[in-house]
Design a protein around this ligand. Structure first.
Ligand code: CP
Ligand code: NVA
Length: 312
């Protein structure tokens, strides 16, 4: 595996499956009180430039369960918030820590941090990608559907970080992907190109449309996310208007397979991108997905931090 996990495309199909298999094993061990202190004595720094409930708590608890420690580093308190270059922060933190999880805006910042760090860097969400969430989503899909064979995954809504990471992860595993977004909120050109490349390479369909019904047709997995992501709060009203018709509700679900599951990375805005009714009737999948953040990320941490010795 690469030193870092910055985006889904950093992982091969085999590496994704290895992570998911280890995540399943760690989940089993955790549920059966079998300790797994793979990261004894290791410390993860967690830099947050945006809010978080799931990412913060699951990474912190995950490190404790692996026998290590986690440090919460708010960018408000770090010198990075006062203009210290990322390049210098990377070199300093590499001397104290064994890994860094960072949640920020610009994907380029994560790339610069990784380039100048001697320790693994994990993307805990940027404007472009949310790979840890997508690993948890893939884990959840396999739990509910037992295999990825022949599945169709449909994402309805904003062409955002979740849509980007999902399309790359799912197409790599041979899952058919359809994405429905309003014309002015489609995924960006780079991810359209990536999706088309993966579709051709893996001989699996990749559909981009502005028709939610077409996207949802015969889907096994229906996914959505908020219409205004962190940093886009000022556009909320405008987006609520633009995304009218892109809600996951009973009518849209009637186009999917009868046994389709519904996922949402959370936090959800009830009765905007998803009705309360659908969210509650699929809460078993959605909250398992939230739990699986813990197990999937522990697998990533073991893969990236266990056998690295930065002093070599
Ligand atoms: N899904 C997710 O990343 O949640 P948080 O923003 O609470 O971390
Ligand atoms: N797209 C959302 C995901 C939150 C976990 C955001 O970036 O705010």
């Amino acid at each position: 595996m690469n030193k870092d996990l910055l985006k889904m495309d950093d992982l091969t199909k085999e590496e994704i499956l290895d992570i998911l298999n280890l995540a399943d094993q760690l989940k089993y061990e955790h549920k059966h009180n079998i300790e797994h202190p793979h990261l004894k004595g290791k410390t993860l720094g967690m830099i947050f430039q945006k809010s978080s409930t799931r990412t913060r708590v699951s990474f912190e608890v995950g490190m404790y369960q692996l026998g290590g420690n986690a440090l919460f580093l708010s960018s408000r308190d770090l010198q990075i918030g006062r203009g210290e270059p990322v390049e210098d922060t990377a070199r300093v933190l590499s001397r104290y820590l064994d890994g860094i999880m960072i949640r920020t805006y610009d994907q380029a910042e994560v790339e610069v941090l990784a380039k100048h760090s001697s320790i693994p860097i994990i993307n805990g969400l940027t404007d472009d990608e949310h790979p840890c969430q997508v690993l948890a989503d893939l884990m959840t899909i396999r739990e509910f559907k037992t295999s990825f064979d022949g599945l169709k995954l449909c994402f309805i809504g904003d062409g955002n970080n979740m849509a980007n990471s999902l399309l790359v992860g799912a197409l790599k595993l041979g899952i058919k992907v359809s994405i429905a977004s309003p014309n002015e909120y489609t995924i960006n050109e780079a991810y359209v190109t990536k999706g088309n490349e993966l579709s051709e390479l893996n001989n699996v369909e990749f559909i981009l449309t502005n028709d939610p019904k077409e996207a949802a047709k015969d889907a096994d997995v229906i996914i959505t996310d908020v219409w205004a992501s962190m940093g886009q709060e000022a556009e909320t009203e405008k987006r609520i208007k633009a995304f009218k018709g892109y809600q996951i509700n009973k009518d849209l679900m009637s186009y999917a397979k009868d046994d389709a599951i519904v996922l949402h990375c959370l936090p959800a805005h009830r009765d905007e991108e998803i009705t309360s009714e659908i969210l509650e009737s699929h809460s078993s999948e959605i909250f398992e997905e939230a739990e699986n953040r813990l197990h999937a990320q522990k697998a990533v941490l073991v893969k990236l931090l266990k056998n690295t010795n930065k002093f070599n």
